[in-house]
Design a protein. Structure first.
Length: 57
C-alpha cells in the first residue's frame, strides 16, 4: 500500500543510523589499499637497490 513507512527509502537502507556505513567502509578499504601499496612500493625499491647496488636513474 503506497504511503506506508516501510516503503520509504530509509526503511530499505536500514534507517539513518546506517547511512554512513558504506562511506566508512570505503574509507577503510582505501586506507588499507594505500598502506599495502606503499609497503609494496618500498619493498620493490629496496629489492632494486640490493640487486642493482644503486638506485637506477
Amino acid at each position: 500500500m503506497p504511503g506506508r513507512d516501510e516503503d520509504a527509502p530509509d526503511a530499505i537502507l536500514g534507517g539513518p543510523h546506517l547511512a554512513g556505513r558504506p562511506a566508512r567502509a570505503a574509507t577503510l578499504q582505501g586506507a588499507i589499499f594505500v598502506a599495502v601499496k606503499a609497503a609494496l612500493d618500498r619493498a620493490g625499491a629496496a629489492a632494486t637497490r640490493r640487486f642493482a647496488g644503486a638506485w637506477p636513474g
